[in-house]
Design a protein around this ligand. Structure first.
Ligand code: GLA
Length: 372
């Protein structure tokens, strides 16, 4: 493994172990996690691999095969850029009272760039899983996910929900993760696309209209304001949608409409998957996209074109996935339509003078684990 070779070269020693944590793609349930709602992501075959040894002196030394120069962090707050996602995990564990010292780490990642497939959650969960084992903390997978989320919320400063970290920590090969983000009860649901003659194409727009620039936080704030106005703990608790919409206006009204209907769409997809009717979920994916575009307002032209071209090319359904403002769309496509969908999307981008999007089929991969 090249991460082990790099560790030997950088630190002149053998790593104590090697851990991997994947990125994720979300089938449906977008911007529902921080509203205590439902999500249905799965872990992707790309992620972050970390070779790690513990250090008694509390110092963290980091080296990324993608980022270049090695970094020594004596006090955690010195870390900058990508390193904050890794170092934040040390911080969050120590904050929670866990006896965590330092570490030497070499990091290798293969999540496609700018794809919005949660390379940051993969990094956090890889580091969290390694430290959990190296320091004998005995944390369950969901606890590692929560520590990773805490690192991102309070150390990096991105107010994300739990979906990405949970998918990375708890994903299973061949299965999607149906997560209730209030109770944190997760159930894996078999998702054997090939058995149904289907592929899920991830269409990477390659653009990133800054997610952490405050727009995500603003959406979250709209949702919290709406919940407060409605007198519920979270939008998850809205049972009378028509009544709620009658009491809201503007952004709060639109955000609420999205979140409540999106939760229903997740449940409908679960029902269809349980019935073995995965081919029938397409209409729900399309409806999710329209709701994210028009009510939640987190899409962008590149995502809309990817979705529209996919559907024109014969996809059974398509939607943006993840936080939005760029990143990736997903398209559910029958095997015999994969070429027409790829061609339609590629052509639509070329016509607009946009760089060709990366198009990758994805199947559910295993979650965080020790490799060596
Ligand atoms: C980002 C966040 C997640 C979730 C999605 C939207 O990926 O990290 O917690 O809110 O956006 O569903």
């Amino acid at each position: 493994m090249r991460v082990v070779e790099a560790f030997r070269e950088t630190f002149d020693a053998e790593p104590r172990g090697v851990w991997h944590a994947p990125g994720r793609v979300n089938l449906i349930g977008e911007h529902t996690d921080y509203n205590d709602g439902f999500v249905l992501p799965f872990a992707v075959p790309w992620g972050v691999t970390a070779a790690v040894s513990p250090r008694a002196d509390g110092v963290v030394r980091l080296w990324s095969l993608q980022a270049g120069t090695p970094l020594t962090v004596e006090t955690l707050d010195e870390a900058e850029g990508w390193a904050r996602y890794a170092v934040g995990v040390f911080w969050a564990l120590r904050e929670a009272g866990h006896p965590v010292g330092g570490a030497d780490l070499v990091i290798d990642g293969d999540v496609p760039r700018g794809a919005g497939l949660s390379s940051s959650a993969a990094l956090e969960v890889a580091v969290g899983t390694a430290l959990n084992e190296l320091y004998g903390l005995g944390l369950a997978k969901m606890e590692v996910a929560l520590v990773a989320q805490r690192a991102e919320n309070d150390f990096v400063g991105m107010p994300c929900g739990i979906m990405d970290q949970a998918a990375s920590a708890l994903g299973e090969q061949g299965k999607a993760l149906f997560l209730d983000c209030r109770s944190l009860a997760g159930r894996t649901i078999p998702l054997d696309l090939a058995a149904h003659g289907l592929q899920l194409l991830i269409i990477n727009t390659g653009v990133h209209h800054e997610l952490a620039d405050g727009r995500y936080a603003r959406r979250r704030q709209d949702c919290e304001n709406a919940a407060k106005r409605l007198g519920v703990d979270a939008l998850r608790d809205v049972t009378d949608l028509a009544g709620a919409l009658g009491r809201l206006s503007g952004d709060e009204r639109r955000r609420t409409q999205h979140v409540v209907t999106e939760n229903h769409r997740v449940e409908a997809v679960i029902g269809l998957l349980r019935a073995g009717a995965v081919r029938e979920i397409g209409a729900l994916l399309n409806a999710s996209h329209l709701s994210l575009r028009d009510q939640f307002e987190v899409s962008c032209p590149e995502l809309d074109v990817a979705v529209e071209a996919s559907i024109r090319g014969g996809a059974r359904g398509a939607r943006m996935t993840g936080g939005g403002f760029g990143g990736s769309a997903v398209a559910l496509v029958a095997d015999d339509r994969v070429k027409t969908v790829r061609d339609a999307v590629t052509r639509a981008y070329a016509e607009r003078g946009w760089a060709a999007p990366g198009i990758h089929p994805a199947t559910p991969a295993a979650g965080a684990r020790r490799l060596a």
